[in-house]
Design a protein around this ligand. Sequence first.
Ligand code: HEC
Length: 130
Amino acid sequence: MSSSGLGWKWWLEGQKQIMKTKKVPISITLALVYLLNDSVIAEPVRIVLPAETASFRVGPGAEMAMAQCLQCHSAEYITTQPPLGRDAWMASIQKMRAKYGASISPEAESALLEYLVGNYGAPPKPLTTK
Ligand code: HEC
């Protein structure tokens, strides 16, 4: 097979040329970087997330709240608020929609409002006789 013999000689010439032009050290360096990268740096990384602890109070509307209000943040954003009145919860829902782009339909809105006021709402102020 004369053609493969020629190929070998041609390859050897090429290697000599590479050595002359000082490309070998670069290719060796690249090979070492590649090997190190593969064996040392690319260790598998395991990330264990903490369990979700906060959740909504169980009751009518809780599922709606879970579906609508946990898309962007945890339930704690809601459950750690001080008791808010109806107007404040309404404003909060509207803020989520207007400022942060939450897609809450009008039907969902009223159900959510009842749930939030019922479970995280301020108690009604006692009537005064003054
Ligand atoms: C589209 C994303 C998105 C959805 C859906 C969403 N929120 Fe938020 N919410 C945010 C962002 C963003 C913040 C501000 C986060 C921060 O400041 O760290 C926030 C903050 C809050 C806060 C803290 C006070 C404030 O105004 O910053 C409350 C309360 C709240 N959200 C209630 C709700 C309720 C109730 C729902 C469901 C009806 C809801 N969110 C759904 C994005 C969303």
